[in-house]
Ligand binder design. Sequence first.
Ligand code: AVI
Length: 324
Amino acid sequence: MSPRTSQAAALTEQDFSVADNLAEILEGLSRPQKSLSPKFFYDERGSQLFDAICELPEYYLTRTELAIMRAHIGDIAALVGPQASLIEFGSGSSRKTRMLLEGLDRLAAYVPVDISREHLMTAAESLAADYPDIEVWPVLADFMQPFKLPNPSVMPLRNIVYFPGSTIGNFSPAEADSLLRVMHQEAGEDGALLIGVDLQKDKAVIERAYNDSAGVTAEFNLNVLLRINREFGGNFDVDLFWHHAVYNEEHGRIEMSLISECEQIVRISGRSFHFDKGEAILTEHSHKYTLAQFNKMANRAGFAVDTVWTDSEQLFSVQYCLRV
Ligand code: AVI
């Protein structure tokens, strides 16, 4: 079955233009603390590098989440029940999504929601081809704002919002609160949220995951500068910046940045940016939560955590939250 282009997709279609993205990049680099949104990591090369990160021995997140899902797919399917609509925030063609498509009972629909038309359609087409019995309804939308859900041909008995990978950690706590509220709204009456949340743990374990020995995370981080050069008229010399990732225990987050090796001027589309030696561009925060902290966040958005699955070392959690 090929993926539907839902009415919601037509209504909410809003691919950000090159001009919007350029304005956002220039604004971020004009701040006293220079910053770039982590969304700019994910061009074609960045997405490949992220896939490679997920396979790294130091990056415990992906394999631990997968193992938790594998161990508990039966419990998850029993909680979800038959004929649900699975609404994934982000377009996943990942093994975790496939595990759900295979393990859940007679899904009414799979609804990936993504702001990138290309990622969305590639993932939706591949899943629609591999699971011909499941209706795939991609929705092109910015999931930070409420969006309209499609109407599959079989009426879903409930909506399950799925947000794997601890991507929630890449949002500030305030953004995460508002994103969880959107999820609450989209889950609707009787709905639920299935979410992957990375847990606070020994600083050394976390820092290793973001400073791998093969240098893949460094390449992923630096790739954003190459992207700006190529797509937004920049002239960054990538050899004059280095990757830096430290765990801030007070805020419970990895702070990832690119540090200027020397004093230098960088031009982007006619604008100049001065860097001091050692000056940082903040590129990503990756928050880690305790179970108690995430419980409070879920409650603030109107969810009650129903079941938490973790691994034996309590590295990562998969949480099933009911809408209250
Ligand atoms: C996508 N996200 C959950 C990853 C993370 O761990 O925060 C992105 C990443 N950044 C560096 N390594 C992986």
